[in-house]
Design a protein around this ligand. Structure first.
Ligand code: NAD
Length: 264
């Protein structure tokens, strides 16, 4: 086939619906000739993911809940049997109890701290470990992070701490897997209205604030994140690993944000 991703096979974790960032990435990869496998978290999402997979001619590699490592093993076993090899992996998975994505970080419960770190951080390492033996011709792994890893953002709380650990994991994994020509990078996406984001307090305000203060004067779309992911997942970025690429309309470079934005 033709395209930047022709002949490449990739697993994409984190499609919940057609607003998911993972869906934006899946569409961009499929348009460039990639063969894809998607998973779903539980039966509730199965009926959403199946028609989306069909739209792209993707395999559905089954149920995958990263807190249940047997389900993760089963997905990789399915891919080993069906494909025998994997070229890329997208990790677009995160979770925190909604009740703790508001108010003060200091109130975070131990239970939600551990759960958030397990689902949003450890899972990247768990899937990288399982992908490595299948990436026999090298590979590219991309995860999704947010500026709340670098700077304190209102309401982001434990997710900010988790994203900081995720970005550090990207660097450690890049070193571990680099000698097998497997690259590991992150995209730091600007705020996008998705299912996960709807749990964050005052999210509409955050969107408007970003729109007003970013150099491009707008927020980014899942298709824009998808196109940037294409760079990191394809051979175009073959010299890049351990990197955090900001796809945020440039928001992170602005030092002095406006105090008063119109209409917010
Ligand atoms: P989303 O709700 O569409 O996707 C989140 C996904 O995580 C879902 O598919 C869900 O099934 C999956 N997930 C949660 N817990 C899981 C578990 N235990 N096992 C397996 N999967 C699980 O939302 P999204 O915004 O597309 O989120 C994707 C990634 O992008 C997340 O890492 C998020 O933190 C990150 N991100 C989002 C934004 C934003 O503003 N939306 C900005 C920067 C980074």
């Amino acid at each position: 086939g033709n395209g930047l991703m022709a002949g490449k096979r990739g697993l994409i974790l984190g499609v919940a619906n057609n607003r998911s960032i993972a869906w934006g990435i899946a569409k961009a990869c499929a348009a460039q000739g990639a063969e894809l496998a998607l998973t779903y978290q539980g039966d509730a999402l199965k009926k959403r993911v199946e028609p989306l997979a069909e739209e792209l001619g993707a395999i559905v590699a089954g149920h995958c809940d990263v807190t249940d490592l047997e389900s993760v093993d089963a997905v990789f076993e399915t891919l080993r049997q069906k494909w025998g090899r994997l070229d890329f992996l997208v990790h677009a998975v995160a979770f925190s109890d909604k009740d703790e994505l508001t108010g003060r970080y200091v109130e975070t419960s131990r239970e939600n701290f551990l759960r958030s770190m397990d689902i949003s951080v450890y899972s990247l390492t768990a899937v990288a470990k399982r992908a490595e033996p299948l990436m026999t011709e090298g590979g590219s792994i991309v995860t999704l992070t947010y500026y709340g890893a670098e700077k304190v953002m209102p309401h982001y709380n434990v997710m900010g701490v988790a994203k900081a650990a995720l970005e550090a994991s990207v660097r450690y994994l890049a070193v571990d897997l680099g000698s097998n020509n497997i690259r590991v990078n992150a995209i730091s996406a600007g705020p996008i209205k998705t299912l996960a984001a709807s749990g964050i307090g005052d999210f509409r305000y955050i969107l408007r604030w970003n729109e007003y203060n970013s150099p491009l004067k707008r927020v980014v779309t899942i298709d824009e994140v998808g196109d940037s992911a294409l760079y990191l997942l394809s051979n175009l970025s073959r010299g890049v690993t351990g990197e955090v690429l900001h796809v945020d309309s440039g928001y992170h470079v602005v030092g002095m944000k406006a105090v008063d934005a119109p209409d917010i």
